[in-house]
Design a protein around this ligand. Structure first.
Ligand SMILES: Nc1ncnc2c1ncn2[C@@H]1O[C@H](COP(=O)(O)OP(=O)(O)OP(=O)(O)O)[C@@H](O)[C@H]1O
Length: 312
């Protein structure tokens, strides 16, 4: 049905859906990955903004669409619980110079990739963002799926730390093989287990994402070793010794060794370690006033986000 295209479309191009008649005007390129290209588009009828992904390869994009549709059906059956029903908006084909290109339209997520979010807001915000991310994974796991290709670029974070997973191309049914992964976050790469899709595969990737964001240099050194010397023990050694990982140490060690009962348990443990420091903060002495002000503002923002996230 479809051939692939790696060229990008210019701003102002109208994408006409061949079968469903939807019309979308390209506003700008949002990003391009291995599987496709994603544009910010305006729906012509409603003037609403969406993200539109065109696949390079029909089979890959179709499997992504199938997962999103299955998640939507599951959510319908559960009366709206689970994956947001409004995420997948439309699926269609676009004719371009005699070729058919499959595309889907999804909610436009206004946010920063996890790494830029933390660079802007500060490393302590990993607590909030991580909790939102684990809740998303819990929903997915409870519905019978594993995300698979979890990495910082696939996590978009809103200014208050709410998280949206993007790129469902790596999602697999529990019990199947993980179909798409990225080396550093892959359990097999570290000799820490197989590539069967089970919730612990995502816990492992989530833990390496945290190590990557907080202790990048030692992770890079360990990952760059020869495959025959690189091992799960290198990860454990970093987790046990790197000071930046201190607050998360216990959780990370359990995650890389798959020691949670389920993802609900993983969420609960993470929630506890996010709450714990709140009772321990003391005002500092001899600190310039402007710094106290900035610190108070940052704490207030983090506090508001915590309040909204944890629902005190
Ligand atoms: N719903 C969305 N809202 C906003 N931006 C998005 C959305 N979906 C994707 N993007 C942007 O487009 C980029 C590419 O999207 P995506 O990761 O789905 O492509 P891919 O080809 O599957 O990538 P990969 O090579 O990581 O598999 C993302 O990094 C992100 O910046």
């Amino acid at each position: 049905m479809t051939t692939s295209s790696k060229s990008t479309l210019a701003q102002g191009t109208i994408v006409n859906g061949r079968w469903r008649g939807g019309r979308y005007m390209i506003q700008r390129l949002l990003g391009q990955g291995a599987n496709g290209v994603v544009y910010l588009v305006k729906q012509m009828d409603s003037a609403k903004l969406y993200a539109l992904k065109m696949g390079f390869d029909t089979v890959d994009i179709q499997s992504e669409i199938n997962v999103l549709k299955a998640l939507q059906r599951q959510s319908h059956r559960r009366g709206g619980a689970g994956r947001d029903l409004s995420y997948l908006v439309e699926v269609d084909d676009y004719s371009l110079q005699g070729r058919e290109i499959s595309f889907y339209v999804m909610r436009y997520v206004k946010g920063d990739p996890l790494r830029s979010f933390l660079a802007k807001r500060g490393k302590p915000w990993l607590g909030i963002a991580g909790l939102h991310l684990l809740r998303q994974l819990r929903q997915l796991h409870e519905a019978g799926w594993v995300f698979g290709d979890l990495k910082p670029e696939n996590v978009l974070v809103s200014p208050y730390g709410e998280v949206e997973l993007i790129d469902y191309g790596g999602v697999s049914g529990i019990g199947r093989s993980v179909k798409q992964f990225t080396e550093w976050y892959d359990r097999g790469f570290w000799g820490a287990g197989g590539r069967t899709a089970d919730p612990s595969y995502d816990w492992f990737s989530f833990a390496v994402v945290c190590v990557h964001l907080l202790a990048e240099e030692p992770l890079k050194r360990a990952a760059n070793q020869l495959p025959q010397t690189r091992s799960y023990n290198d990860l454990i050694a970093i987790i046990r010794s790197d000071p930046a990982l201190g607050p998360y140490r216990g959780w990370l060690e359990r995650a890389v060794s798959g020691q949670f009962h389920d993802t609900s348990d993983a969420c609960q443990c993470w929630r506890e370690l996010v709450i714990a420091p709140l009772g321990r903060r003391k005002p500092r002495s001899k600190t310039p006033r402007w710094m106290l002000g900035a610190f108070a503002l940052a704490l207030t923002l983090l506090g508001c986000a915590l309040y909204l996230t944890l629902g005190f």
